[in-house]
Design a binder for this molecule. Structure first.
Ligand code: CAA
Length: 389
């Protein structure tokens, strides 16, 4: 049975900053951000946008035209969740009016969560013929103003409908895995800003990639040449390139050129949105499918997922005959083009205006309401979600 991604949705808030402006404000040479890190712009989420509202927006797009009566599983993968107990997936379930008879929960392992959810969904569909699953990877990456990680922030969500006979991508059962308890990046419960051992995290990312790539190559007998494109978790776009370059010499010059060109197609959206943690690998997938004109049905893609802490997984996926109808070229270009650029001072004000970490009530600023759903405020320690009408 072929199982994989039948439909995709992508959402990012309609506000961004220009990273050359951020560099100037921070006294940094702008080329460091745009060339050294590989980021041009960064999505900014006002406090009325969180993993629930962004996830619901992406899922609304992914579910358009789907038979909801077949949906048996909803997974929200996130590492910037809004409650330590209740699954954010339940708010999304209500906002989208999904059937009551289904499994609904939240899942966490840093940026690996989206892949964990995808694999769980594939196994669910295999065990329940005729059923479908919805996987949402939604996050706001926050490191803090004027921190080393600030340039790698971002916000957005990717949603995937997983089904039998998928129109876009078959997810193959060929994973190579590596897990180890390391302390490269984490977020203590008291704060919404992540802590990272920056250099160590990049070294570990590469070490995990090299490990799972070697295992995958040995297990499947495949080489780089068997892959039309290699996709990476993208905390910033230079990161995936650093990993790819550790193995690129294994390929012929022609294959190297092809893989580097496809890599460029895969990072177009991340360069303008930033890190969306659980969704970053799949943002790269959407970007590749919408910005590469040389892909064909039957092409095999290699995907590297990395979640700090840490878990690495490499697997392949095969493009299906209807992929181009399901993912039109440049389909999400308007979502990015229609965003509003913010001055750095405005971004700093929005960054400081977050919901309280104490029992007081809070009202999100209506002037910043955007997208199909909003978190209008917190009343009696309960978050208030509604359609943005
Ligand atoms: N022109 C061009 N390039 C320049 C430059 C200039 N004027 N100035 C500097 N550069 C280059 C540097 O040479 C360097 O290039 P290489 O990496 O190729 O050597 C690059 O810009 C970055 O410079 P630094 O190493 O000095 O950058 P930094 O010390 O400010 O830290 C960072 C960068 C570690 C990524 C930091 O932003 C950070 O901590 N980010 C958060 C953690 C992170 O994203 N880790 C990634 C792996 S963990 C993961 O994947 C999970 C996750 O999602 C977080």
């Amino acid at each position: 049975m072929t199982i994989g991604i039948d439909q995709l949705g992508l959402y990012t808030p309609p506000f961004f900053i220009d990273l050359r402006e951020l560099a100037t404000a921070r006294g940094v040479e702008p080329d460091k951000y745009t060339i050294g890190i590989g980021q041009d712009q960064q999505a900014v989420a006002p406090s009325s946008q969180d993993v629930v509202t962004m996830g619901a927006a992406a899922a609304k797009e992914a579910l358009a035209g789907q038979d909801l009566s077949k949906l048996g599983l909803l997974i929200l993968a996130t590492e910037s969740g809004v409650d330590a107990s209740k699954a954010g997936a339940l708010y999304i379930h209500r906002l989208l009016g999904l059937p009551a008879s289904m499994r609904v929960f939240e899942l966490k392992e840093a940026c690996y969560g989206g892949t964990a959810g995808l694999m769980m969904a594939r196994d669910y569909v295999a065990a329940h013929p005729g059923k479908t699953a919805l996987v949402i990877a939604s996050d706001i990456a926050r490191y803090g103003l004027a921190t080393g990680g600030e340039v790698t922030q971002g916000a957005g969500a990717v949603a995937m409908v997983v089904a039998e006979a998928p129109r876009i991508l078959a997810v193959n059962d060929d994973s190579a895995l590596h897990a180890d308890d390391i302390q490269d990046f984490w977020r203590p419960m008291y704060t919404d800003q992540a802590l990272a051992r920056g250099k160590y995290s990049t070294e570990q990312y590469i070490a995990f990639f090299d490990e799972v790539w070697a295992t995958y190559r040995e297990k499947t007998g495949r080489t780089l040449a068997d892959h039309a494109a290699m996709l990476f978790h993208l905390p910033y776009t230079k990161m995936g390139l650093k990993a790819l370059k550790t193995v690129l010499a294994e390929a012929t010059p022609a294959a190297q050129e092809r893989l580097l060109a496809q890599y460029q197609a895969s990072i177009q959206y991340s360069r303008r949105i930033g890190n969306i943690y659980t969704g970053s690998l799949y943002l790269g997938l959407v970007s590749l499918l919408e910005n590469s004109e040389t892909l064909a049905a039957g092409d095999r893609l290699g995907l590297f997922s990395y979640g700090s802490g840490a878990v690495g997984e490499f697997f392949s996926a095969t493009l299906q005959p209807q992929f181009r109808q399901a993912v039109p070229l440049h389909g999400h270009a308007p979502l990015l083009a229609q965003r509003k650029q913010l001055a750095i001072a405005t971004y700093e004000q929005l960054f400081a205006d977050s919901w309280p970490n104490d029992p007081s009530d809070y009202q999100s600023e209506p002037a910043w309401f955007a997208g199909p759903f909003v978190m209008s405020g917190v009343t009696g320690q309960e978050r208030q979600y509604r359609a943005n009408d």
